[in-house]
Design a protein around this ligand. Structure first.
Ligand code: HEC
Ligand code: HEC
Ligand code: HEC
Ligand code: HEC
Ligand code: HEC
Length: 379
C-alpha cells in the first residue's frame, strides 16, 4: 500500500475534529468499472444505509432518485430497445454493463430493475463515493474527485468489440471500439475547453437545499439536447427534371461525434416532394462495419468487426459546416419539398427486424418545407 500523502493525512485529521466522515481516497475511477469483462461488485452497504438498492438511497435523496429513475441508466436492463438487441446476442458481456449488479445469467429483481444503479457509481469499500462537496452525511464517504471528469464515464462509454475464440463462448478484447465516445471527446473542442461529460449531461439544477447535478442523463432521446448539437439550414432549387436540396449542418455544442454511443446510432437527412412521400431520398451519417478474419489469441481464425467508414459529424470540427446535397427526381407543378433531419437509434431495417417501432426509433430534430425556385445551377 502507498503511504498516505500529507494533505490526505491533514484531511483525515480535520475530518476527525469536525465529525465529518470523509475517508482517504483508495478508489480510482480507472479501476471502478469492468468494460463488460465482469459484473461490478459494490460490496456491503455503508453504515447508516440499509442496503445498496436505489430505493434505500431514495429515502433521503428523493429528488436525485426520481431523476435517475427516469434515465436510461435506471432502465439499462429493462429498456425494450436493449432487450430486443439482447434477444439476438445473449452474452455475459452485455449483462455486465446493462445489469452490472447481476451475478446470474437471468438478472431479476433489483439487479434488473435498477440497471446502472446509484451504488454501481457511488458505493465501494463500504463508503459512499462523492466529489466532496457535502461537509457531512449520515454515511461514511470517500472523496473521489475524478468522478467529476470524463474518465469516470469512459469506464462504460468507451470499450471494444469482444471477439469469439470459438471455444465454449470464451471472448477476447479486439482492437476495434464498439463505443468510442470518450476518444471522440478527447479530440473535441469541448475537451480543449475543459468541458467534461458531466458539464453537458449532468447540468446543475436548483433544489430545496441549494443545487445538485441532474441525474436525468439526457441523451439521444432528448430533443432539446439534440437540437443543441447542430445548426441546420436548408435550401432547394429546380434544375430541369429534378430538384437539388442542400442541407448545411454546423456542429455547435458537440462533445463528441453526432451521433455517438451505440454502434447503430444514425442521423438521416431526407427530402421528398410533399405530394409524393414515395419520392423520399436520404443521406445517412453513421459508422459502418464489415467482418474481417483475424487470428484469435487462442489460435485459429475468427471473424471480428472492423469499422469501414465513419460519416458522422466530428466534434473536432466545431463551427465547420458540412454540406449535404440530395438530388430529388421529378418536378411536379407547384411542387413543395419537405426535408428533415432525424436521429435514429438504429437503421430502419434493423429496427423492423427487432420489432422496434418507427415512432420509437426515429426522432425528428429539425424539418421544414421549401418551394424551390426555378433557377440556373449556382456556380
Ligand atoms: C439516511 C439518509 C441517507 C441515506 C439513506 C443516503 N444518504 Fe447520501 N447523503 C445524505 C445526506 C444528509 C448527505 C449530505 C447532504 C447532501 O449532499 O445531500 C448525503 C450525501 C451524499 C452524497 C454527496 C457526497 C459529496 O460529494 O458531497 C452522495 C454521492 C450520496 N449521499 C450518495 C448516497 C447513495 C448512493 C446512497 C444509497 C447507497 C445514499 N447516499 C444514502 C443522506 C443519506
Ligand atoms: C452513472 C453514474 C451515476 C449514477 C447511476 C448515479 N450517480 Fe450520483 N453522481 C454521479 C456523478 C459523476 C456525480 C458527481 C458530479 C460532479 O460533482 O461533477 C454524482 C453526484 C451525486 C450527488 C452529489 C450531489 C451534487 O451534485 O451535489 C449525490 C447526492 C448523488 N450523486 C446521489 C445519487 C443517487 C441517490 C443515485 C441513485 C438514485 C445516483 N447518485 C446515481 C454519478 C452517478
Ligand atoms: C456502469 C456503467 C456506466 C457508467 C459508469 C456510466 N454510464 Fe452512461 N450509460 C450506461 C448504459 C449501459 C447506458 C445505456 C442504457 C440503455 O439505453 O440501454 C447508458 C446511457 C447513458 C446516456 C443516455 C444515452 C442515450 O442514448 O440517450 C447518457 C447521456 C449517459 N449514459 C451519460 C453518462 C455520463 C455523463 C456518465 C458519467 C458521469 C455515465 N453515463 C456513466 C452505462 C454507464
Ligand atoms: C459539449 C457538450 C457535450 C459534452 C462535453 C458531451 N456530450 Fe454527450 N451529447 C451532447 C449532445 C448535444 C448530444 C446529442 C447529439 C448526439 O447524439 O451527439 C449528446 C449525446 C450523447 C449520447 C447519446 C448518443 C446518441 O446519439 O444516442 C451519449 C451516450 C453521450 N452523449 C455520452 C457522452 C459522454 C460519455 C461524454 C463524455 C465522454 C459526453 N457525452 C460529452 C453533448 C455533449
Ligand atoms: C462496457 C459497457 C457495455 C457493454 C459491454 C455493452 N453495452 Fe450496450 N450500451 C452501453 C452504453 C454506455 C450505452 C449507451 C450509448 C447510447 O445510448 O448510445 C449502450 C447502449 C446500448 C443499446 C441502445 C439502447 C437504447 O435504448 O437505444 C443497445 C441496443 C445495446 N447497448 C445493446 C448491447 C448488447 C446487445 C450488448 C452485448 C453484445 C451490449 N450492449 C454490451 C454500454 C455497454
Amino acid at each position: 500500500m502507498r503511504a498516505p500523502s500529507l494533505s490526505a493525512l491533514a484531511a483525515l485529521l480535520l475530518g476527525a475534529l469536525s465529525g465529518a466522515a470523509w475517508a482517504t481516497p483508495r478508489i480510482t475511477v480507472e479501476g471502478m468499472f469492468s468494460g463488460g469483462r465482469s459484473p461490478i461488485p459494490v460490496g456491503p452497504a455503508p453504515a447508516g444505509v440499509s442496503s445498496t438498492d436505489a430505493a434505500s438511497c431514495a429515502t433521503c435523496h428523493a429528488e436525485i432518485a426520481a431523476e435517475w429513475r427516469g434515465s436510461l441508466h435506471a432502465s439499462a436492463w429493462t429498456d425494450e430497445v436493449f432487450q430486443a438487441a439482447y434477444a439476438v446476442e445473449r452474452m455475459a458481456f452485455c449483462r455486465n454493463c446493462h445489469a452490472p449488479g447481476a451475478t446470474t445469467a437471468s438478472p431479476r429483481g433489483v439487479a434488473a430493475d435498477d440497471g446502472v444503479s446509484c451504488a454501481i457509481c457511488h458505493v465501494r469499500a463500504e463508503h459512499v463515493l462523492g466529489t466532496g462537496r457535502s461537509p457531512s452525511a449520515p454515511h461514511p464517504m470517500m472523496a473521489v474527485r475524478a468522478m467529476s471528469g470524463s474518465r469516470f464515464c469512459a469506464g462504460c462509454h468507451q470499450f471494444n468489440f469482444p471477439g469469439d475464440t470459438g471455444r465454449g463462448g470464451a471472448r477476447f478484447d479486439t482492437a476495434e471500439p464498439m463505443q468510442d465516445t470518450w476518444a471522440e471527446w478527447l479530440d473535441s473542442a469541448a475537451a480543449a475547453d475543459d468541458v467534461q461529460c458531466q458539464g453537458c449531461h449532468m447540468p446543475w439544477v436548483d433544489d430545496a437545499s441549494g443545487r445538485h447535478r441532474s441525474h436525468r442523463f439526457p441523451g439521444g432521446r432528448d430533443l432539446s439536447l439534440l437540437r443543441s448539437a447542430v445548426d441546420v439550414a436548408a435550401s432547394a432549387r429546380l434544375e430541369g427534371d429534378h430538384a437539388v436540396v442542400t442541407v448545411t449542418l454546423t456542429p455547435r455544442a458537440l462533445g463528441h461525434s453526432f451521433p455517438t454511443g451505440d454502434l447503430f446510432r444514425r442521423v438521416e437527412v431526407t427530402a421528398a416532394w410533399e405530394s409524393d412521400p414515395a419520392s423520399t431520398v436520404r443521406v445517412g451519417l453513421a459508422r459502418e462495419f464489415r467482418n474481417v478474419p483475424e487470428r484469435s489469441p487462442h489460435g485459429g481464425i475468427t471473424f471480428v468487426r472492423r469499422q469501414s467508414a465513419d460519416t458522422r459529424l466530428a466534434a473536432a470540427g466545431l463551427g465547420a459546416p458540412r454540406v449535404l446535397t440530395l438530388t430529388l427526381p421529378g418536378n411536379p407543378p407547384g411542387g413543395r419539398v419537405r426535408w428533415s433531419l432525424d436521429h435514429l437509434l438504429m437503421p430502419t431495417p434493423l429496427a423492423a427486424s427487432q420489432g422496434v417501432g418507427v415512432a420509437r426509433n426515429r426522432l425528428v430534430v429539425s424539418d421544414g418545407t421549401i418551394v424551390p425556385p426555378q433557377g440556373a445551377p449556382s456556380p
